[in-house]
Write a protein that binds this ligand. Structure first.
Ligand SMILES: *Cc1c(COP(=O)(O)O)cnc(C)c1O
Length: 940
C-alpha cells in the first residue's frame, strides 16, 4: 500500500470499525458477507480492469495534463452559450462550498430553508424577467425545457392537431431535442421560416426564439395572436439578459417561456451543467413540470418555504406523470439567482447594455469595412454575409483565438457577451479582413420592442450588492441548511456518499469551465480523452459494451435507454412492440420515461417478500408476448434486496422477444461484485451523482449515462447539432451533456481503482446490514434477501408503530432533526416506512450516532404509546424544535425544554438549529405563492 491511498480516505470505517461491524452482523469478513448476500447467479468473480489507483496529487497532475490539452478560446459562437464572469464571491461560496453542493433535494423543508430561499429568488428572477406568472426551480437545459414546453402546450391546448410549429431561427440543438421528444409521442414537428412561410391551418403549439439563433429580434405579437386564434399555445425561448432591455414575452400574451440561465454567472462547461428555466402564464401553474418552490407557514404561523404541489411529481403520478424530470439543476439555479441578487436590476441592465453596445460596435465596424451585416434588429449577435468565405473567416478568427459560428458557406454568426472586449472586436474585424472603426455607435434596439416595465423590485435584489453583504447573505442561507458537511444524510436510493474535495478541484479550472460545447474538436482534445476514458471505465464496471454520458440526469438516461430499445425493435421490423413491464415497486421516473418513449406501461406485482412476483410476470408476459418491448427493473431492487430471481426474469423477457432495462441507481451495491451487462440486462442508466460521487447540489446537477450491450449501441444518443442528420436522438442540448462535472467521477474512478471500488461496495453493504442489525429489534426491517441480509440500504417499517401510537413517519423524520440528522427516504418505495442508506463513507461513530438516535426515538414513541406523553403534544408531534421555541417565555408542553432541544446525547456545542418549525404544506398549496414574499410577511 502506498503512503497515500485515497480509498482509505473515501471509506469511513477503518479496519477496527469494520471488525466490530462484522461482529454485530455475524460474519468473519466482508468477503464472507458478500458471498452470503449476493446471489451466485449474478456474481462476477474477476478483478475490474482499471488503471492502478492514483493518489490525490497524482490524479490532479493527470487532470492538469488533460486540461492542458484543451484550448480556452474567446467564444463568440453564441447559440445559447455565452461567456460570463462568475462573481468570485459566488464561485467560492456557492459552487466551491460543500454547504451548498453537498445538500440534497429540499424534500425536508425545515432543514432546507437556505436553498429554498435561493430557489425562490431564482423563480422570482425568471418570472420578473419573462413577465409570466410562475416559474419552476430549474430545468435540465434549454433544449429539454423547450421540449417540456411542447408537451405542456399539448396538454393545455384545446386543439386536437398533432402539429407543433417551430421557428427555423430557433437554436439548432433545441430543434433536435424537440424533434427527438416529439417523435415517440406522435407529434408532427414543422420547422418553418416564419418570416416567409405561412402558419398551417391547425396546430397545437408554436415555438419561437427570442432573440433568434441568427441574432434577429423580431416582434412576435402577430404570431402570438395567430396561434391563439387556432387554440394553440405559444412558447418563447427567451434570453433573460436580453429581456432586461426588451419587452418580455408575458407582455404580448405568450403562454410559456423556456430557456437557460447559463449566462448569469455559470461557466459554459463544454455544455453544462447550467440551469434551464420554464415559466408559464397564470392558469397553467398546476401543469408545470419540475419542482416548484412555494411559500407556506410553519407551526407558529411564520412564513416558511417548501416544495409546492408535490402531488404533480412523477413519484406519485407514475405512468400518469407528464414529465420524468427528477434531479434538476439546483446548484446552478442558486448561482444564477445569486448573480441577479448581486448585480441587481441596474447591474443586469448595465451588463446587457454593454453587451449590446459591443455587438453594435462590431456590426458598425464590419459595415464600415464593407461587410454585409443582416439588416435586422439584434441584441448581442450579428450575422455577417460573406459569400463563399465563411469557413475562411471562421478559420482566420480561430487563428486569433476567437471562435465564431459557421452558419453556412456564406454566413458567419458573431455573439458578444459580458466578457467581450475591444481587443476581441479588433480580432473579429481582422478575421473578416477589415480595419474596423471603433467608436461609439447608436444602440439599435427598436423603441417599440424596448422594455418599459420594471423588474426585480423585491428588496432581495436591491440589498446585497456589496461583497460583504453578499458574503453574509450566502453564509446566512447556508447556515439554515443541513448538508453532508454537518452529518450523515442516510437517504435510501440517493447514495449520499463523500464528494471528495480533490474530485471537485478541476471543475472550476478554466480549461474545463470555459469551453463552448460547439468549440472545434482541435480545442477539446483533453476533454474528449477524459470522456473517452470515463466511458470505457464505466463500461468495464457495468459489463456493457458502449456508454454515452449525454443524458444529464438519471431520468434522461432512462429515456435514452428506452428510446434505444424502441429504435432497436423498429430496426428489426418489430415496431409494434410497445409494452414496458414495470414492477409496482419501481421509482416513478421509470414509468414516466416509458410513457415519454411512447410505450404502454404494464405493472407487475411484487410478492410478500418484496420481490418481483414471477407468477404475475409470467402472466403479464403471456398476455403481452407479441407486444412486449421491455421490462424495467431496479437492481438491487428499490426494496434494497438482491433478488435471486433476476437471472430467470431476464431469461423470461428475452424469450418473449423483449429487452431488459436495469435501472442502475443502486449500482453502489454492485460495483466490483456483479455487472448488469453480464447478468442478463441489455441497457442501464447510471447516476454519477449517486454511485460516482458527483455531489447532489441540493437537487442537481447530475449525470445519467446510458450504458448498452453492443446490439443497442447504434441507437445511443447522437450529437444534437447533427442528430437530425444521423437519425440518433438528441437527449440533451450538448453532445456530452453536463461535461463540466465529468472530472468528478473521472477522479473518483482514477483514485479508487479496482480494489478500492470493490472495497467500497463491500463496506456499503456491511454498513447497511450493520444498521439493520442494530435497529431490527426496535423497528422491523421490512425486506431481506439471502440469509436475512439486505443490500446497500434497508427499509424500517413504522406502520405497526403508527397504528399503535399515532406517531407518523413524518414525526420521526422531523424528530431526527432535533437529534442532528437528515431523515432517511420517507415513504419510498413503501408508504409509512423509512429507507436508510448509510453508504461506505460514514464511519462507525456516525453510524452509531444515527442508530442511537433511532433507538432513543423508539423509546419516545413508546412514551406516547403508553400515554405518558399526550398524543398531540409530545416531542415527536412538536418536532423539530427551534431555538426560538425552546427559549420562548412560555413553555406549555408536558416535557422539559431540554428534552425538546437536546434529546439523547446531542452535543450542546454542535447543535444544529432548524430555522423554522414544522411546515404546513397543504396551506401553501391552497394559497400558492411561488415568488419572493414581501418583507412585511415576516413581521411578527
Ligand atoms: C434517483 C433515481 C432515479 C432518477 O434519477 P435522477 O437522476 O434523479 O433523474 C431513478 N431510479 C431510481 C431507483 C433512483 O433512485
Amino acid at each position: 500500500m502506498s503512503a497515500e491511498q485515497f480509498a482509505d480516505r473515501h471509506i469511513g470505517p477503518d479496519p477496527d470499525d469494520e471488525r466490530r461491524m462484522l461482529e454485530t452482523v455475524g460474519y468473519g469478513s466482508v468477503d464472507e458477507l458478500m458471498d452470503a448476500a449476493i446471489p451466485e447467479v449474478i456474481r462476477w468473480h474477476g478483478t475490474l480492469d482499471l488503471p492502478a489507483p492514483a493518489g490525490e496529487r497524482e490524479a490532479l497532475a493527470e487532470l492538469r495534463a488533460l486540461a492542458a490539452r484543451n484550448t480556452v478560446a474567446v467564444s463568440m459562437i453564441g447559440l445559447g452559450y455565452h461567456g460570463t464572469h462568475t462573481p468570485a464571491v459566488i464561485r467560492r461560496n456557492v459552487l466551491e462550498n460543500p454547504a451548498w453542493y453537498t445538500a440534497y433535494t429540499p424534500y425536508q423543508p425545515e432543514i432546507s430553508q437556505g436553498r429554498l430561499e435561493a430557489l425562490l429568488n431564482f423563480q422570482t428572477m425568471v418570472t420578473d424577467l419573462t413577465g409570466l406568472a410562475t416559474a419552476n426551480a430549474s430545468m435540465l437545459d434549454e433544449g429539454t425545457a423547450a421540449a417540456e414546453a411542447m408537451t405542456l402546450a399539448r396538454r393545455a391546448s384545446k386543439s386536437r392537431s398533432p402539429v407543433y410549429v417551430v421557428d427555423a431561427d430557433a437554436l439548432p440543438q433545441t430543434i433536435a431535442v424537440i424533434a427527438s421528444r416529439a417523435e415517440p409521442l406522435g407529434i408532427d414537428v414543422r420547422v418553418l421560416d416564419l418570416g416567409a412561410e405561412e402558419l398551417p391551418g391547425e396546430f397545437f403549439g408554436l415555438h419561437l426564439q427570442y432573440p433568434g439563433a441568427s441574432g434577429a429580434v423580431r416582434d412576435h405579437t402577430a404570431l402570438v395572436e395567430a396561434a391563439h386564434a387556432v387554440g394553440a399555445l405559444v412558447t418563447v425561448a427567451a434570453d433573460l439578459l436580453a429581456l432586461t432591455l426588451l419587452r418580455p414575452p408575458g407582455e404580448i400574451g405568450v403562454d410559456i417561456a423556456a430557456g437557460t440561465t447559463q449566462r448569469f454567472g455559470v461557466p459554459m462547461g463544454f455544455g453544462g451543467p447550467h440551469a434551464g428555466y420554464l415559466a408559464v402564464r397564470a392558469g397553467l401553474e398546476r401543469m408545470l413540470p419540475g419542482r416548484l418552490v412555494g411559500v407556506s407557514r410553519d407551526a407558529d404561523g411564520n412564513p416558511a418555504y417548501r416544495l409546492a404541489l408535490q402531488t404533480r411529481e412523477q413519484h406519485i403520478r407514475r405512468e400518469k406523470a407528464t414529465s420524468n424530470i427528477c434531479t434538476a439543476q439546483v446548484l446552478l439555479a442558486v448561482m444564477a439567482g445569486m448573480y441577479a441578487v448581486y448585480h441587481g436590476p441596474d447591474g443586469l441592465r448595465a451588463i446587457a447594455r454593454r453587451t449590446h453596445d459591443m455587438a453594435a460596435r462590431l456590426a458598425a465596424g464590419l459595415r464600415a469595412g464593407g461587410v454585409e451585416v443582416t439588416d435586422v434588429a439584434f441584441f448581442d449577435t450579428v450575422t455577417a454575409v460573406v459569400p463563399g468565405r465563411a469557413a475562411e473567416v471562421v478559420a482566420a478568427a480561430a487563428e486569433r483565438n476567437v471562435n465564431l459560428r459557421l452558419v453556412d458557406a456564406d454566413r458567419v454568426g458573431v455573439s458578444c457577451d459580458e466578457t467581450t472586449t475591444g481587443v476581441h472586436l479588433r480580432s473579429v474585424w481582422a478575421a473578416f479582413g477589415v480595419d474596423g472603426v471603433d467608436g461609439d455607435v447608436d444602440a439599435t434596439l427598436p423603441v417599440t420592442l424596448a422594455r418599459t416595465s420594471d423588474f426585480l423590485t423585491h428588496p432581495v435584489f436591491r440589498t446585497h450588492h456589496s461583497e460583504t453583504a453578499m458574503l453574509r447573505y450566502l453564509r446566512r442561507l447556508s447556515d439554515f441548511d443541513y448538508a453532508l458537511d454537518r452529518g450523515m444524510i442516510p437517504l435510501g436510493s440517493c447514495t449520499m456518499k463523500l464528494n471528495a474535495t480533490t474530485e471537485m478541484e478541476a471543475i472550476t479550472w478554466p480549461e474545463f469551465a470555459h469551453l463552448h460545447p460547439f468549440a472545434p474538436d482541435a480545442q477539446t482534445a483533453g476533454y474528449r480523452e477524459l470522456i473517452g476514458q470515463l466511458e470505457a471505465w464505466l463500461a468495464e464496471v457495468t459489463g456493457y459494451d458502449a456508454v454515452s454520458v449525454q443524458p444529464n440526469a438519471g431520468s434522461q438516461g432512462e429515456l435514452a435507454g428506452l428510446l434505444a430499445i424502441r429504435a432497436y425493435h423498429r430496426d428489426r421490423g418489430a415496431g409494434h412492440r410497445d409494452v414496458c413491464l414495470i414492477p409496482s415497486s419501481a421509482h416513478g421516473t421509470n414509468a414516466a420515461s416509458a410513457v415519454m418513449a411512447g410505450m404502454r406501461v404494464v405493472v407487475v406485482a411484487c410478492d410478500a417478500d418484496g420481490n418481483v412476483d414471477l407468477v404475475d410476470l409470467d402472466a403479464k408476459i403471456d398476455k403481452h408476448r407479441d407486444a412486449l418491448a421491455a421490462i424495467m427493473v431496479t437492481y438491487p431492487s428499490t426494496h434494497g434486496v438482491y433478488e435471486t430471481g433476476i437471472a430467470s426474469l431476464c431469461a423470461k423477457v428475452h424469450d418473449a422477444g423483449g429487452q431488459v432495462y436495469v435501472d442502475g441507481a443502486n449500482l453502489n451495491a454492485l460495483v466490483g461484485f456483479a455487472k448488469p451487462g453480464k447478468f442478463g440486462a441489455d441497457v442501464s442508466h447510471l447516476n454519477l451523482h449517486k454511485t460516482f460521487c458527483i455531489p447532489h447540489g441540493g437537487g442537481g446537477p447530475g449525470v445519467g449515462p446510458v450504458a448498452v450491450r453492443a446490439h443497442l449501441a447504434p441507437f445511443l444518443p447522437g450529437d444534437p447539432l447533427g442528430a437530425h442528420v444521423d437519425g440518433k436522438p438528441a437527449i440533451s442540448a450538448a453532445r456530452y451533456g453536463s461535461a463540466g462535472i465529468l472530472p468528478i467521477p473521472w477522479a473518483y474512478l482514477r483514485m479508487m481503482g479496482a480494489e478500492g471500488l470493490t472495497r467500497a461496495t463491500g463496506v456499503a453493504v456491511l454498513a447497511a446490514n450493520y444498521v439493520a442489525a442494530r435497529l431490527r429489534n426496535h423497528f422491523p426491517v421490512l425486506y431481506a434477501g439471502n440469509k436475512g441480509l439486505v443490500a446497500h440500504e434497508c427499509i424500517l417499517d413504522l406502520r405497526p408503530l403508527t397504528k399503535a401510537t399515532g406517531v407518523s413517519v413524518d414525526d420521526v423524520a422531523k424528530r431526527l432533526i432535533d437529534y442532528g440528522f437528515h431523515a432517511p427516504t420517507m415513504s419510498f418505495p413503501v408508504a409509512g416506512t423509512l429507507m436508510v442508506e448509510p453508504t461506505e463513507s460514514e464511519d462507525l461513530a456516525e453510524l452509531d450516532r444515527f442508530c442511537d438516535a433511532m433507538i432513543a426515538i423508539r423509546a419516545e414513541i413508546d412514551k406516547v404509546g403508553s400515554g405518558e406523553w399526550p398524543a398531540g403534544d409530545n416531542p415527536l408531534a412538536n418536532a423539530p424544535h427551534t431555538a426560538a421555541m425552546v427559549s420562548g417565555d412560555e413553555w406549555p408542553h408536558p416535557y422539559p425544554r431540554s428534552v425538546g432541544a437536546y434529546p439523547g446525547t446531542v452535543d450542546r456545542m454542535a447543535k444544529y438549529w432548524p430555522p423554522v418549525r414544522r411546515i404546513d404544506g397543504a396551506y401553501g398549496d391552497r394559497n400558492l405563492v411561488c415568488s419572493c414574499p414581501s418583507p412585511e410577511a415576516f413581521e411578527s
